[in-house]
Design a protein around this ligand. Sequence first.
Ligand code: SF4
Length: 259
Amino acid sequence: MATTSEKSTELLNATAELTVAGRKVRLEMPVSAGPVRLAELLPLFRSMTDAFVEVSVANARAEGLEVSCKKGCGACCRQLVPIAEIEARRLREVVEALPEPRKSTILARFEDARQRLARAGLLEKLRQPRQFRDEEVIPFGMDYFQQGIACPFLEEESCSIYTERPLACREYLVVTPAEHCAAPTVESVTCVKLVLRTARAVRGLNAEHSEHGSPWVALILALEWADAHPDQSSPQPGPAWVREAFSRLTGHEVPEIGT
Ligand code: SF4
């Protein structure tokens, strides 16, 4: 991987060239030169995710596989979606900015979901992601899916916040028949094999630098989590964030970004 940058008054125009799974990926990233909070890099993480998903889909096609996800199929939007702390706060902002009566409708859906989870005995556990053992995640996810709780942003089986959707949603694409997603199991649903897992890397990076250290936040609890956890994280220069993100993503030390 090579990284370079051009300095402007406040932004660095960083570029990264990677070869992943035999394919070249070039990313151009405006990054703040000065200290910023991790949340400000969310647009960059979205671009990275979309670029790596594109390569992953191209690889799947080269193997004769077709993505079966399409507009109007929102079966996966009833799954437990893990998001980073910065994404939870962003969703709070997105909902806050909605006009009425849509905002109240979305808030009511979040509240209804919370009540259903409480009745199912899943709410308290979901509020404590740090207490999940690795082997508990899949069975809990199955229990969650059984509740049939649609994401509050799902409308007419499509995502109503498509450009704002979390990284995990961007990465979730399947190559098995869409009807299998109505009752997914590890055996019946196969996802596109990701060349790099940006959502997971960002969650890890976020947790490491957060005073709360939550490995993930459930999308369905994003608003209550964001309300209880204002961003008090420490800023650091944009290029330092980018280096850390790429190091986590690739598992290799990334050289300092030139300025
Ligand atoms: S944010 Fe959008 S894509 Fe993600 S689960 Fe909700 S409706 Fe589906």
